[in-house]
Design a protein around this ligand. Structure first.
Ligand code: AMP
Length: 446
């Protein structure tokens, strides 16, 4: 972990602690369809276990296909796949993080403190431990942290305190997806219980009328996606000079999604003298530029230690030529071990089709993607979280940042298009102290 002033050189992340243990599912349950049947690569890091495709690897040697320069397209060469697979078996325990603070130490509103403790938050996570004291002092903060690190509370706790202390203070939170905005608002509602102010969600895919009405009540927190916030701004329903504080959550993802112009427009319409908290999982050139343009001497906190969670066991499921991916998936899902499965597909259409096809096989499956209304996406997500649905099929955008407890497996039914997407996908499992498995389908061509 590093803490530094802006222009402090933060360290990059690393693939740590990987070793090459093959994927070893527990003895297969119902139907005997453990992943071991799908074999792995022979004579390499992934020894063959018989079953489908005992020969060869992803792309036979010498084809040399594939995009140059990193993770443009996966699955082109064996080495490319190997690059992103982090066969995580932790043999050495990571040192236990000892926070410098407790929640009781923080000089925050006592009711807020009681709400935090009532939510069973005992010790601050690293990002909370490092960011909250600076945010409480009104300093700009850049937090390099992924979802699952507790970054939401790292900005909500100090900002709720601020709203309590400074009458009329308002906070704008920008997030990349509708689901993440809803999740942040839920967390806000928990911390702000009985504190006498409100927050609202301003996202696309939902009727704008009620959002305009809500804005007339001047909610202290407005949590929205850049596109909808811009729309509200243009309709003069949102007056940005009213806001003294802004949070950019998952800024890198907002950039990836093409929100840069909307983000810049929104920030430029806010007061110059403002408090800005900025969270991103990665620190690229565009992110640095955004920080340089819009933050003032921020404190930089990095809690990134590795790209992939140490709790996620990752493996490849090789689909032999002539074999249908869908059949393989259906077979895997018969195993009771696959109790809460997030399946990633590339396109909205493909995701919808896959969920429907699974439903026809009487698998409890739902889908989330950008063509669904916000209500339908939220319902699918809640059903999945509640365990009423076993399989949630999602696009990358829809699933980004979601905090879903106890996902047993992440399945990359379609290959992710970037390494970043891979990391984010598999980060949906193995959350907190739970173990998870990530399986990546690779279709053999020869
Ligand atoms: P986030 O990274 O903000 O999405 O948080 C991930 C999960 O960790 C959420 O379910 C939070 O409610 C939970 N969480 C965050 N901070 C703490 C904490 N200090 N103690 C216990 N749980 C936490």
């Amino acid at each position: 972990m590093q803490v530094g002033r802006w222009n402090h050189q933060t360290g990059g992340s690393s693939h740590g602690g990987s070793s090459n243990r093959p994927y070893s599912p527990r003895p297969s349950g119902r139907g005997g369809a453990g992943p071991s049947r799908f074999g792995s690569r022979s004579g390499s890091r992934f020894p063959s276990r018989g079953g489908y495709g005992a020969r060869g690897g992803f792309g036979s040697g010498g084809r040399g296909g594939g995009k140059r320069g990193g993770f443009g397209v996966f699955g082109e060469t064996e080495s490319e796949i190997a690059k992103f697979m982090n066969k995580t078996v932790v043999t050495t325990e990571e040192p236990v993080f000892v926070p410098e603070h407790t929640f009781s130490d923080f000089d925050i509103n006592p009711h807020l403190k009681a709400n935090v403790l009532a939510r069973k938050y005992e010790n601050p996570t690293p990002i909370q431990d490092k960011a909250i004291p600076h945010a409480l002092l009104g300093q700009d903060v850049v937090g390099l942290a992924e979802t699952g690190t507790g970054k939401t509370a790292a900005f909500l706790i100090p900002l709720i305190d601020k709203v309590m202390k400074q009458k009329g203070e308002r906070v704008l939170v920008m997030a990349p997806t509708r689901e993440l905005a809803v999740q942040i608002e839920k967390e806000l509602a928990g911390f702000a219980k009985g504190l006498g102010f409100r927050g609202m969600v301003a996202v696309g895919g939902a009727n704008i009328g009620p959002q305009i009405t809500q804005l007339k009540h001047n909610p202290a927190f407005v949590i929205g996606t850049p596109g909808r916030l811009k729309d509200l701004l243009e309709r003069r329903a949102l007056v940005l000079t009213d806001f003294g504080t802004v949070v950019l959550d998952e800024a890198d993802r907002m950039l990836d999604m093409g929100f840069i112009d909307d983000m810049r427009l929104i920030l430029s319409k806010m007061r110059k003298e403002r408090h800005t908290l900025f969270f991103s999982a990665t620190m690229g050139k565009d992110i640095e530029k955004l920080i340089g343009d819009f933050l003032s001497s921020p404190v930089i906190i990095s809690v990134k230690t590795r790209d992939t969670s140490k709790n996620v066991d990752q493996d490849v499921v090789r689909i032999p030529r002539g074999k249908d991916k869908f059949e393989v998936l259906a077979e895997l899902l018969k195993d009771r071990e696959f109790s809460r499965v997030l399946v990633f597909g590339r396109t909205k259409f493909g995701v919808e089709k896959l969920a429907k096809a699974l439903s026809r096989l009487h698998v409890h499956a739902e889908s989330i993607h950008g063509n669904k209304t916000q209500g339908a996406r939220q319902r699918a997500l809640e059903a999945f979280k509640a365990g009423k649905v076993t399989v949630l099929v999602a696009t990358d955008v829809a699933a980004r940042g979601l905090d879903i407890p106890a996902v047993s497996h992440v399945i990359n039914y379609d290959l992710p298009s970037t390494y970043e997407d891979y990391v984010h996908r598999i980060g949906r499992t193995g959350r907190a102290t739970l173990k998870g498995k990530a399986l990546t389908f690779v279709q053999e061509r020869y």
